[in-house]
Design a protein around this ligand. Structure first.
Ligand code: PLP
Length: 420
């Protein structure tokens, strides 16, 4: 059965755009965000949890830092680079949560000197390193200890981080996490503010969170340490495909909060404040990527390749995780789709796929615009210069007005770091 594209995958203002005008002004490929949708998603989270840190790895630039700041959220950064962008944009350091499984002395020093609100401790080496740096400065650091609860999150193994095999955090088995929590609690340079866990990304099974919460609360009870907050990480799935479920933030919050309340009640401990760190579910659905189709190739007995002017350099997720996307032709969004095609990029890799199984209204012609929904997370932030393809511009649309918040790289940018 041939049906038109499911418009509910895209915020209405991004469907109503004059896409040709956007392409003419900013070029293609281009990431186009609906600013209201970003803000709406921030607010939805803020209303549902005690505290929310936007995970900047999903999509970070100065405009996004300011938007998140305006909306009153905290900001999760995972490297010195992300911290730098946040500070340079004027984000209040007290609202920054500093992550990383291998933070260098320089990164920890910058976090301490800026007085970031929370540092999430990930290893015994880091406890020693941070303690020494804090001692040398005559200061103390507010920390969370990252726990690996040993939970399967039912997502791709590369983005599943809560299992015993994870490189992140302290595993609960064999008493490792307990030893880490006790070690931090004894420190006179580290103030144990709470515990943290993050079980993975693109999670649809909300029960996974409840199971992780139970493990972490059990650990709090066993160690007997007093903590004021429990950060259950990010990971709520986004709807990429028509068949993907629509996940409701308030339902997610209810599952997490009920799990915390039940687990604390059962162990007779005071329930901590519940914090989350969403990235994908805030930034992902708020953007589309607009490409220009360059060639259409029909291979007898194989199928149709529709090639666009970007690819794995602006969206590496299909290559990394075999991630699926939809595609639509903005000028023909209401048409029946009778062509099954593979949308590919312009890179020198056979695996350079944008949409493995796209349903489009045929025939598709070179020169038409093609868009992919739900590319606001882990697209611009994972973009590369592979094949020396300049990185796309990022555009925010608000009340029908489009403005470039990150300019497109130029060919000159491609040689600006070369010393000879
Ligand atoms: C520690 C931590 N918090 C939050 C996130 C954000 O996850 P998501 O974008 O799936 O919400 C990640 C993603 O990898 C993470 O590692």
């Amino acid at each position: 059965v041939s049906t038109p594209f499911d418009r509910s995958l895209v915020p209405e203002p991004l469907l109503a755009l004059d896409h040709e005008a956007i392409a003419a002004e900013f070029g293609t490929p281009v990431f186009v965000y609906d600013e209201h949708e970003l803000r709406r998603r921030c607010r939805e989270y803020a209303a549902a949890f005690d505290a929310v840190a936007y995970a900047s790895k999903a999509f970070l630039c100065t405009a996004m830092v300011r938007l998140v700041g305006d909306e009153g959220l905290l900001l999760d950064v995972a490297t010195g680079g992300e911290l730098h962008v946040a500070l340079a944009a004027g984000f209040p350091p007290a609202r920054i949560v500093m992550h990383g499984n291998n933070k260098s002395e320089e990164e920890l020093s910058r976090a301490l000197d800026a007085a970031v609100g929370r540092i999430v401790i990930d290893s015994f080496d880091e406890i020693d390193r941070l303690e020494a740096l804090a001692w040398a400065r005559g200061t103390t650091a507010d920390v969370l200890v990252r726990i690996t609860p040993g939970i399967e999150a039912h997502t791709h193994e590369y983005i599943e981080t809560g299992t015993e095999r994870s490189k992140f955090g302290f595993t609960v088995s064999e008493g490792v996490a307990e030893a880490a929590v006790e070690r931090v609690a004894r420190s006179d340079r580290l103030r144990l503010r709470g515990l943290h866990c993050h079980i993975g990304s693109q999670i649809y099974v909300l029960e996974s969170y409840a199971r992780a919460v139970d493990v972490v609360v059990a650990l709090i009870a066993e160690t007997g340490v007093g903590i004021s907050e429990l950060n259950v990480g990010g990971g709520l799935g986004a709807r990429y495909l028509e068949e993907d479920p629509v996940l409701d933030v308030s339902k997610y919050a209810a599952v997490v909060r009920d799990a915390v309340a039940d687990a604390c009640h059962e162990r007779r401990i005071r329930a901590p404040a519940v914090m989350v760190e969403p990235g994908r579910s805030i930034a992902g659905p708020a953007a589309i990527t607009l490409y220009r189709i360059g060639t259409v190739k029909e291979i007898p007995g194989v199928g149709t390749y529709v090639a666009v002017d970007g690819g794995m350099s602006d969206n590496p997720r299909p290559v990394l995780y075999e991630a699926g996307y939809e595609a639509f032709l903005p000028a023909r969004v209401g048409e029946e789709r009778d062509l099954s095609a593979t949308v590919v990029g312009k890179h020198c890799e056979q695996g350079d796929v944008v949409v493995a199984e796209a349903l489009l209204p045929g025939p598709v012609r070179p020169g038409e615009l093609l868009a992919t929904p739900c590319t606001g997370a882990y697209g611009a932030s994972m973009a590369s210069n592979y094949n020396k393809v300049p990185r796309p511009a990022v555009v925010f649309v608000r009340d029908g007005e489009a403005r470039e918040v990150v300019r497109r790289e130029t060919l000159d940018d491609l040689v600006r770091l070369d010393l000879e």
